[in-house]
Design a protein around this ligand. Structure first.
Ligand code: MSP
Length: 518
C-alpha cells in the first residue's frame, strides 16, 4: 500500500465553474479513485483561489464585498464538484484563516532565511494575468488572453530570490539521483521548462503595496502577498504545514500535481524554488495537460460559449459526462470537444457496446438459468475453446493495462483497454451463440454465461474510477458488489464471481440511447 497525494489547481472565483475546470478535476478524481481501488492511501485536494486584483474587481462590479463574492462562487464550485461525483478529501479556500496563518509562517521563514528582500519595481502589469508582463507575453501590445494593454506599475515590493534556483532546479529536473528530483510531464513540457530555466531566472516580486484583498506579509503588513505565492502554498497549508506536522509529514511531498499548460511556469519553476528556499521536499511529479477548445473556439465569456458542467450532466448524466470529457482527445495534448461527437460516442460506446452487453447477458442468465449465475464446467479455459482463452486473457490482463495507462495519464489508452474487453465480450456472444447452445449443450451454455458475467464484473471494476455510479449499478445487476480498496487480488482476478449469485430480474437501462437528428 502506498500513499498517493494528488492535487488540482485551485480555481479562481472570478468566474463560474466551467468544463475546462471540470476536465482537470475529473482527471484527478479518476486517478484518486483508481488509487483507492487498488488499496492506496489517497489524499485528493482541490479548492478555490480567492485573493487578488481580479477577484476584488469582479466583486466590486457585482456590488458585493470580496469575501461575500468569494463565498458565493466557492460554494458554486463545491456544488458543481458534488454533482460530478468528485471525491476530494479536502476543499481548500485561500480565505480560510488556517491557510492565511500558514502562508504567513512560510513567508516569515523565507524572510528569516534571507530569501526575500525589498526593492523598487516598475513595469507593465496585466491585471487579468495578475503579473508583470514582458514583450514576449504580448501580441500587438495587448495581452492575448485578456485583450487589454498592460498598465504601468511602480511600487516598492518584496522580492523572492528566484534567480538563485536556476542551477538547483535544472539539476533536480535532470538528475534522477538528486535528492530533490522532480518530474515534469509530458516530456515536451519538461523540455519547455528546461528551456526556460536555461535562459535564466530573475527575482520575482511577491507582494503588492496597493492591493488590500490578500494576505498581509508577516514582516510588513502594509503589503499583501502576491496572489500566486498565496495560491501555490495551498498544496502544503491544506495538509497541515503550519498546524499538523504529523499529517504534513505523512502526505508531503505530493505524488502528482495536475494542471493545464497555462500555469506550468508557476508550478514547475516558481513553486519548486519556493519549496527549496524553505527547505521542503519537491513534488514528485507535475503533469500539465493540454487546453481544449469547444467546436473549434476558445471558451470565453465574451464569445458566450462557456459550457458549465451541469449542462453536460443534464444531457448525458454524471458518469457519461465524466467519461466523454476525459476521452474526447488524448490527455496531455490540445484538443477540441464537440457535443455532436460526444453524442456519437455516447451512443456507440455506452448505449450500444457497454449497455447492450450488460443487458443481454443478464437477460440470458434470467432466461436460461432462472436468474442465477451458472456454474462453469471449469474456471480455467480449455484448448478446445480458443474463444474462452482469448476472453480470459484479456480480462485478466485488463487491470495491468489500465494501471500502465493511468500511470502515464494516458486515459484514452486505459479506456481503449476496457473497450477492448467489452468488444471481445460482445464478439464472444456472437461466436458462442448462446441461443443455439440453449438447445444443444446446457453445460457449455453455463460456462459461456459465467464467463460473460465475470468479464462484465471485471469491466465494472475497471470502470469505477471514471464511472463510479454506473460501475456500482452494473455490479449490482450481477448481484454482487465492487471490491474497492480491499481484496485487490480477488477484485481484479478471474473467477471471483460466485456461481449461484442471483442477478437482477430486469436490469435498469444505464445509458438510454440519445436520438440524433438526421
Ligand atoms: N487560480 C489559478 C491556479 C492556482 S493553482 C496554485 C488558476 N485558476 S483558473 O481558474 O484559471 O484555472 C486554470 C486551470 O483550469 C487550468 O490550468 C486547467 O486545469 C483548467 N482549465 C481551464 N480552462 C481549460 C481548458 N479550456 N482546457 C483545459 N483545461 C482548462 O489558474
Amino acid at each position: 500500500m502506498s500513499k498517493f497525494y494528488i492535487t488540482t489547481p485551485i480555481y479562481y472565483v472570478n468566474d463560474v465553474a466551467h468544463i475546462g475546470h471540470a476536465y482537470t478535476t475529473i482527471a484527478a478524481d479518476t486517478l484518486a479513485r483508481y488509487h483507492r481501488a487498488i488499496g492506496d492511501e489517497v489524499f485528493f485536494l482541490t479548492g478555490t483561489d480567492e485573493h487578488g486584483a481580479k477577484i476584488a474587481e469582479a466583486a466590486r462590479s457585482s456590488g458585493k464585498t470580496a469575501k461575500e463574492y468569494a463565498d458565493l462562487i466557492s460554494a458554486e464550485f463545491q456544488a458543481e464538484w458534488q454533482r460530478l461525483g468528485i471525491s476530494n478529501d479536502y476543499f481548500i479556500r485561500t480565505t480560510d484563516p488556517r491557510h492565511g496563518q500558514a502562508v504567513q509562517d512560510f513567508l516569515q521563514k523565507l524572510y528569516d532565511r534571507g530569501k526575500i528582500y525589498k526593492a523598487k519595481y516598475e513595469g507593465r502589469y496585466c491585471v487579468g494575468c495578475e503579473k508583470f508582463v514582458t514583450d514576449e507575453d504580448l501580441i500587438g501590445g495587448v495581452c492575448p488572453d485578456h485583450l487589454v494593454a498592460p498598465t504601468w506599475h511602480v511600487e516598492e515590493n518584496y522580492f523572492f530570490r528566484l534567480s538563485e534556483y536556476q542551477e538547483p532546479l535544472i539539476k533536480a529536473l535532470l538528475d534522477a539521483d538528486d535528492p530533490n528530483h522532480y518530474q515534469v510531464d509530458p516530456p515536451a513540457r519538461r523540455n519547455e521548462v528546461l528551456g526556460k530555466l536555461r535562459v535564466g531566472l530573475t527575482d520575482i516580486s511577491i507582494s503588492r503595496a496597493a492591493l488590500t484583498w490578500g494576505i498581509p506579509l508577516p514582516f510588513d503588513p502594509s503589503q499583501t502577498t502576491y496572489v500566486w505565492v498565496d495560491a501555490l502554498l495551498n498544496y502544503i497549508t491544506a495538509i497541515g504545514y503550519a498546524d499538523n506536522p504529523q499529517e504534513f509529514a505523512r502526505l508531503w511531498p505530493a505524488d502528482l500535481q495536475l494542471m493545464a499548460k497555462d500555469i506550468l511556469w508557476f508550478h514547475a519553476i516558481i513553486w519548486p524554488a519556493m519549496l527549496l528556499a524553505a527547505g521542503e521536499a519537491l513534488p514528485r511529479r507535475i503533469f500539465a495537460h493540454g487546453f481544449f477548445t469547444v467546436e473549434g473556439q476558445k471558451m470565453s465569456k465574451t464569445l458566450g460559449n462557456v459550457i458549465r458542467p451541469r449542462e453536460l450532466v443534464e444531457k448525458f448524466g454524471i458518469d457519461a459526462t465524466r467519461y466523454l470529457l476525459l476521452s474526447e482527445f488524448p490527455f496531455g495534448t490540445d484538443g477540441d470537444i464537440s457535443i455532436a461527437s460526444m453524442v456519437d460516442r455516447y451512443n456507440a460506446n455506452l448505449a450500444n457496446d457497454l449497455g447492450n452487453l450488460v443487458n443481454r447477458t443478464i437477460s440470458m442468465i434470467n432466461r436460461y438459468f432462472g436468474g442465477e449465475v451458472p456454474t462453469p464446467v471449469g474456471f480455467e479455459p480449455t484448448p478446445e475453446h480458443p474463444e474462452d482463452t482469448d476472453l480470459v486473457a484479456i480480462a485478466q490482463g485488463l487491470n495491468h493495462r489500465v494501471a500502465e495507462a493511468f500511470d502515464a495519464l494516458a486515459f484514452s489508452d486505459g479506456f481503449a483497454a476496457v473497450w477492448g474487453l467489452i468488444g471481445r465480450a460482445n464478439r464472444y456472444v456472437e461466436v458462442t451463440a448462446p441461443w443455439t447452445l440453449a438447445k444443444t449443450d446446457r453445460a457449455r451454455l453455463g460456462t459461456v454465461l459465467y464467463y460473460l458475467a465475470e468479464a462484465i464484473r471485471l469491466t465494472a471494476q475497471a470502470l469505477w474510477p471514471i464511472m463510479p455510479d454506473s460501475a456500482g449499478k452494473i455490479a449490482a445487476a450481477l448481484g454482487t458488489q465492487l471490491l474497492i480498496g480491499r481484496d485487490v487480488e480477488r477484485a481484479y482476478g478471474w473467477g471471483t464471481l460466485t456461481p449461484g449469485t442471483r442477478v437482477a430480474a430486469k436490469p435498469e437501462i444505464l445509458f438510454p440511447k440519445i436520438e440524433t437528428r438526421k
